[in-house]
Design a protein around this ligand. Sequence first.
Ligand SMILES: *[C@@H]1O[C@H](CO)[C@@H](O)[C@H](O)[C@H]1NC(C)=O
Length: 327
Amino acid sequence: MEANHLSKISTFLFLLFASAATLALGQGTRVGFYLTSCPRAESIVQSTVRTHFQSNPKIAPGILRMHFHDCFVQGCDGSILIDGAGTEKTAPPNLLLRGYEVIDDAKRQLEQACPGVVSCADILALAARDSVVLSNGPGWPVPTGRRDGRVSLASDTANLPGFRDSVDLQKQKFAAKGLNTQDLVALVGGHTIGTVACQFAQYRMYNFNSSVTVDPSISPSFLSQFQSLCPANGDASKRVALDTGSENRFDNSFFGNLQSGRGILESDQMLWTDPSTRTLVQRFLGIRGLLGLTFSVEFARSMVKMSSIGVKTGTDGEIRKVCSAVN
Ligand SMILES: *[C@@H]1O[C@H](CO)[C@@H](O)[C@H](O)[C@H]1NC(C)=O
């Protein structure tokens, strides 16, 4: 009798917490959403990403960043994928995104396997996870059931984090999406893979601001290497690794580079300069005396939070027929 009562209470508590978790994260998405409606959905996305990755590993950071830029604008609803004048895609922060062809390819195959079922927003969320796995990073179950948005405006991209944003501003932009400071540091840690054009870093070495020429947060022992990667008046479109020495491998060496003043982006290096985020960087590095954080675990956790921002579910939005246009 008593045991039965206890088990009822714990079942009740479990359901309460489970539904609270569903409400807080993803508002109606769930792992395995396509299990019956399109059982091969996740494997089709995975094999498509793998095929493209094998011929060009740079699509991995491209897709990860694309997913992030999708979620921060109008929620994770595939609005980044829409073609046309004045769409998100045409806004300055999105001009150098790559990997659209991978999402379009997966969608083509999914429309053959299960027409009208799998959203472009979900394809992008799954492809971002698969890209990290292919780069030797962690995997995680991706809640699905997002629907595609019908609005995509370049003017909405102003709330994307920028490469000269202070830590306070970065925190504000993440907090506005329900992400805390640890999420910020973990997700910026995604810069463990990928590259950036010299145009976003050159000024740090040659004309930082009106009082100093060189950004003092650059380690003096890194400066000459950094200068040879991005020479003064050199090709502004030349790509440089965000995680020097480990650009294709998903690991925590990016944080080690911040610790030694070898960050490429000003906004990344600031995570070390600012004491409030430095502690988190140190914890990801497992500095003795601090409670350690395992980057791969925390990155996966923060990705699930990030990819539930403003999702459209149920009868909201639509399932696009092609990812580059609304129906
Ligand atoms: C230039 O950068 C230095 C180092 O970060 C800073 O201390 C200084 O306040 C900045 N000056 C201006 C005018 O922004």
